[in-house]
Design a protein around this ligand. Structure first.
Ligand SMILES: NCc1[nH]cc(CCC(=O)O)c1CC(=O)O
Length: 309
């Protein structure tokens, strides 16, 4: 297995390329005798840039082409932002490694204002995420939320052109692209609960390639894996895609895992919250429990109304 070549299917955005190169470097340092190549490609999600994501629907918009490349033998693994990875994988594929999480919080970015609280009445905030939108609207009903699409650099350029007073981005993306100084505030999870898997990078490959799966194991980060497992179990039970007003955030304290979950209506008028503490070995049950609490509060109706739109 010393002369194995691992080909990484990746999107071409700066953040996707950073993540693929990160995995490439980690694989090479864990296994100095293998080679690792990048196979960059465009996905459907990259091409439809003028439609709000929530309206496009369709799970896994950003990853299908990567899976096609793997099933056609043009690539061996796909590196994903865990946030963009749907609950279910195509037959024969699975998530076989979750790398250490970067800061999972949402970031407040502005050239003028220091925080959400600092924004004047009626200020314009850019985000296309229903999760961010519902939580910001709940905290500040007076603000105007305007759609904001594109990769991280495009979104920052739109802010700099003056189209928005502030925008909300994942802190992890800005940190990885060495733009930490753009972050005015890390938004507390009590104000904006992060997305399932935010800040974590996962690796997908065929389930039947045991040799490859073994090579990935040194990159797996057990704490991140448990946290993301709990978050994703909640999402699975809610049947949530990635473009829904769902937040889920787990933290670990020794072998205790604490999970907080949220489902909101896009206008911010309803925010359902639930939480659960338990043993880390129970991560999946904790996720299911939080989802069941949310469902008993009416989350199913909120999500159903959205899917019908
Ligand atoms: N949906 C796009 C996306 N997917 C992952 C990240 C950021 C990095 C991460 O969460 O790992 C972003 C950008 C953003 O939400 O600002």
């Amino acid at each position: 297995m010393s002369d194995r070549v691992i080909r990484i299917a990746t999107r071409k955005s700066a953040l996707a390329m950073w993540q693929a190169e990160y995995v490439q470097a980690k694989l090479l340092s864990a296994h100095p005798h293998i080679s690792v190549e990048l196979v960059p490609m465009s996905t459907q999600g990259d091409r439809i840039l003028d439609t709000p994501l929530a309206k496009i629907g369709g799970k896994g918009l950003f990853i299908k082409e990567l899976e096609v490349a793997m099933s056609e033998g043009r690539a061996d693994i796909a590196v994903h932002s865990m946030k963009d990875v749907p609950v279910d994988f195509p037959e024969g594929f699975g998530l076989h490694c979750i790398c250490e999480r970067e800061n999972p919080y949402d970031a407040f970015v502005s050239n003028t204002y220091a925080s959400i609280e600092d924004l004047p009445q009626g200020a314009v905030v850019g985000t296309s995420s229903l999760r961010r939108q519902c939580q910001i609207r709940s905290a500040r009903p007076d603000l105007t939320i305007r759609d904001l699409r594109g990769n991280v650099n495009t979104r920052l350029a739109k802010l700099d052109e003056g189209q928005y007073d502030a925008i909300i981005l994942a802190a992890a993306g800005l940190i990885r692209l060495e733009m930490r100084e753009r972050i005015k505030t890390y938004i507390e999870p009590t104000v904006s609960l992060p997305a399932v898997g935010q800040g974590a990078v996962g690796i997908e490959c065929r389930d039947d390639d045991a040799e490859l799966i073994a090579l990935l194991q040194p990159l797996n980060h057990a704490d991140t894996e448990s946290r993301v497992k709990a978050e994703r179990a909640m999402n699975a039970k809610l049947d949530g895609g990635c473009q829904v007003p769902i937040g889920s955030y787990a933290v670990l304290n020794g072998d205790e895992l604490y999970l907080r979950g949220l489902v909101g209506s896009p206008d911010g008028s309803v925010l359902l919250l639930a939480e659960k503490r338990g043993k880390v070995s129970d991560a999946i049950n904790i996720g299911v429990d939080v989802a069941e609490q949310l469902l008993s509060q009416g989350a199913g109706e909120i999500l159903k109304a959205l899917y019908q739109d």
